[in-house]
Each structure stands twice: as C-alpha cells, then as structure tokens.
Ligand binder design. Structure first.
Ligand SMILES: [Zn+2]
Length: 202
C-alpha cells in the first residue's frame, strides 16, 4: 500500500487524469481503504469542478460580449442600408428641383389652347408635379381655381424603369386665362416663372 503523503501529492494529477493507469489504479485502491485521503480527494474534486465552472462562465461572458458587438454591427449595417435606400428613392423616385439652366421651356398657342413644353437638358429623367392653385373663398364659400402650379423634378434615370421622359407638356385653354386671374406658375429651384393672360405669347 502507498503511503498517504504520496497519494495526497498525486491527487491533483489523478483528478486531472494525468496519471498512468497503473498509478491511478493504486491510488483508487488506496482511496477505498483510507478515509482521510478519500475525504481530501472529494474536497479537491469539488474545488476543481468549481474552477472549471468559473472558467466556463468567463467563456459565456465573452460570448455575450461578442454577441453584443455583433448586434451593434448589425444595427449599424441596417442603418446604412436604410440610408442607401433613402438616397436611391430620392434620386430615382422623388428627385430634386430643377434649375433654370437645366431646363428649356417653350410655349405656343394653337387656336384656343396655350401649351407649355418642358425639356430637361442635363440627361436626367424629368418628373413633373402639377397642383391646382385655389383662390380665396368667394361669397358662396367656394374656393375658385386660379391657376396651376407646375414643379419639375429631375431624377437619375432608373435602371428599373428603363427609358424615361426628359420632356413634359401641359396645356390650358386661353379662355381660362382670360377669366379672372388665372395663371400658370413654373416653379424652378431658382425661382418661379409666371404665365398670365399678359404673356402667353412668350
Ligand atoms: Zn491515505
């Protein structure tokens, strides 16, 4: 039988499974017969388990940190995607106001119809918004229509929609200009161009 102090010296290695099968066998045999060494073995086993558990917790904390960083990266990535989408929408769908230098407008009168023709000259696609202009309420509480607001926007030609318009036409009868203060306003980024019954021939 091995002496107790030798067994006790070897116990940590035994618990870690580092001993030869032969030595381990001898130690197990000793433990079965010696209560003192068995108690020490139990105590050492418990504290080593605890150390392992602690190490695992640190691993888990590390993983949590990694996961938190990954989440932050994903949120940043998502925000960047949103920004790109917003910019694409802006350039392809909403557009930006057109400057006078990028637009040629011509007007003509055919019989009782006045027409304005817009042509964008910078190679971008033209998107024109038209709104009715209403005047002050009259005595019957009705807001009269007093004109039309034409706001051209320029867009990057969309790869999704293919060929797009660079020109736009709007027409209004001469009569509508002559009745009251009817006007057509062409709203450009650097100012309005206003057409009234006085300058239709331009
Ligand atoms: Zn012993």
């Amino acid at each position: 039988m091995i002496q107790c102090h030798i067994v006790q010296d070897l116990l940590p290695s035994c618990i870690d499974g580092l001993l030869s099968a032969e030595t381990e066998h001898d130690i197990q045999q000793h433990l079965q017969e010696c209560e003192k060494c068995r108690a020490l073995h139990a105590k050492l086993s418990a504290s080593i388990d605890h150390a392992h558990l602690h190490a695992e917790k640190e691993d888990i904390n590390f993983l949590k940190k990694v996961r938190r960083k990954t989440t932050a990266k994903m949120i940043t990535g998502f925000a960047v995607l949103l920004l790109i989408f917003a910019l694409l929408t802006y350039y392809f769908a909403i557009g930006s106001p057109v400057r006078k230098t990028d637009l040629i407008y011509t007007t003509d009168v055919t019989e009782d119809l006045w027409r304005i023709h817009l042509e964008l000259t910078n190679g971008k696609a033209l998107l024109v918004k038209t709104e009715t202009i209403y005047g002050e309420k009259d005595s019957n509480g009705i807001k009269p229509i007093i004109g039309k607001l034409i706001t051209p926007h320029e867009l990057l030609p969309s790869p999704l929609l293919g060929e797009e318009d660079t020109s736009f036409m709007y027409g209004s009868t001469i009569d509508s200009f002559k009745n009251g203060d009817y006007k057509v306003i062409l709203r450009l980024e650097d100012g309005d161009i206003v057409f009234t019954s006085d300058n239709l021939g331009q």
